[in-house]
Design a protein around this ligand. Structure first.
Ligand code: OSB
Ligand code: MG
Length: 383
């Protein structure tokens, strides 16, 4: 593969606000809208790479927020890439290494550089990552906590009839065993899992053990968001496989979790681990250890969704991910075509990079703030 160097010349940082079709409730709160940063990295050839920040408005899933991401991008990350030459997107990781954590902020730019790299080399992002262009990408849906089980059952019925391949239910103390029991009574055989978003402690062992009765594919992140050790103690007590989400922020975390037996499955989220290069390293490690992985979602708009789809083309993504159709989340998405799913399979698009175009009208409609950073301006300000 010829290797076109990337020289970012200008970055457009937008802040968008989009209303979710349905409020989404987890053990840490309810989201009604997505307020997020979107970057466009423009190089000297005039190509654009796109990246989306998956941070939430408040610091409740992890410590990052939309505001902290914007600040890190404006003050540190965008100035760091302007005027640089990248021969491969992995170099963005090295460039950002002196800046501690802030992984979602870094990922916003890093994923845009990957898109730009693929576009400059006239290949798809799937190909650039080493994925299988033809892979059938299976997806499921993550369903928030509902007031009533009747409501929840209605949503599940609709999603199953649409052919989605996995039903993930959010749980929290008091909204767990009885809810799952009811769902299993109506649907004894569907691929079903539960996500606790860190709502339990080892003191809840009795409740967590009761979940073993329901043949769940996995329980996601039952314990503290930064824990690895206690999950290994819990996994020894449970038949249900534990899947880690919040606890895995890096390759090193994944290595520790696998070596300690803290999980049998890993949910890889690009933003949480700092970008596609790190996500791929974690994928490769899991493959080496026979740990199945799947791609988690963060209520992304189209750009984040497109990056998730590209990542999922890697071979160890063997469990259906969260990357559902745009229409499940949004009245209209910022990409064209929107992400569509038929019988649980993401419909393929062709095109270099992420493979989807940005829809400029929709983009403008949801943009609440926009700033342009250029290399020339950065040089001038230094003098
Ligand atoms: O824990 O996977 C999670 C959404 C926001 C924050 C955390 C999580 C989620 C989801 C939604 O489960 C997945 C999606 O549909 O994008
Ligand atoms: Mg989760």
């Amino acid at each position: 593969m010829s290797n076109q160097a990337i020289r970012p010349k200008e970055v457009v940082l937008r802040r968008l606000n989009m209303t979710l079709n349905h409020p989404f409730t987890t053990s840490f709160g309810t989201e009604t809208e997505k307020d997020f940063c979107l970057v466009e990295v423009i190089d000297e050839n005039g190509n654009s790479g796109w990246g989306e920040s998956v941070a939430m408005t408040g610091p409740f899933y992890n410590e990052e927020t939309t505001d902290t991401n914007q600040l890190m991008l404006e003050n540190y990350l965008i100035p760091a890439i302007l005027g640089q030459t990248f021969h491969h997107p992995d170099e963005a990781n090295e460039l950002f290494a002196p800046i501690r954590r802030n992984r979602m902020a870094k990922s916003t730019l890093e994923t845009a550089i990957w898109d730009l790299y693929a576009k400059n080399n006239q290949i798809s992002l799937k190909q650039a990552l080493g994925g299988d262009e033809q892979k059938q990408i299976e997806v499921g849906v993550s369903i928030g906590i509902h007031e009533s089980v009747e409501e929840l059952l209605k949503v599940i019925k609709e999603k199953i009839s649409n052919g989605l391949r996995k039903i993930k239910l959010k749980i929290k103390p008091g909204k767990d065993v009885e809810v799952i029991r009811e769902v299993r009574r109506v649907y004894p055989d569907i691929p079903l899992m539960a996500d606790a978003n860190s709502a339990y402690t080892l003191a809840d062992l009795d409740v967590l053990k009761q979940l073993d009765e329901f043949n769940l594919m996995m329980i996601e992140q039952p314990l503290q968001s930064d824990d690895i050790l206690e999950h290994s103690l819990l996994q020894k007590q449970l038949k249900t496989p534990i899947c880690l989400d919040e606890s895995i922020c890096s390759f090193k975390d994944a290595k520790e979790a696998i070596e300690q037996g803290s999980c049998k499955i890993i949910n890889i989220k690009i933003g949480r681990v700092g970008g596609l290069s790190e996500a791929k390293r974690i994928h490769d490690l899991c493959k080496e250890h026979g740990i199945p992985v799947w791609c988690g979602g963060m209520l992304e708009a189209g750009v984040g969704r497109a990056h998730n789809i590209a990542l999922t083309s890697l071979s160890q993504f063997t469990i259906p991910g969260d990357t559902g159709p745009s229409r499940h989340y949004w009245k209209e998405d910022i990409i064209s075509p929107e992400v569509t799913v038929e019988n649980g399979i993401v419909q393929a698009v062709s095109g270099d990079g992420i493979g989807y175009e940005i829809n400029p009208d929709v983009l403008d409609r949801y943009t609440v703030d926009k700033k342009v950073f250029s290399f020339e301006q950065a040089v001038m300000e230094k003098h």
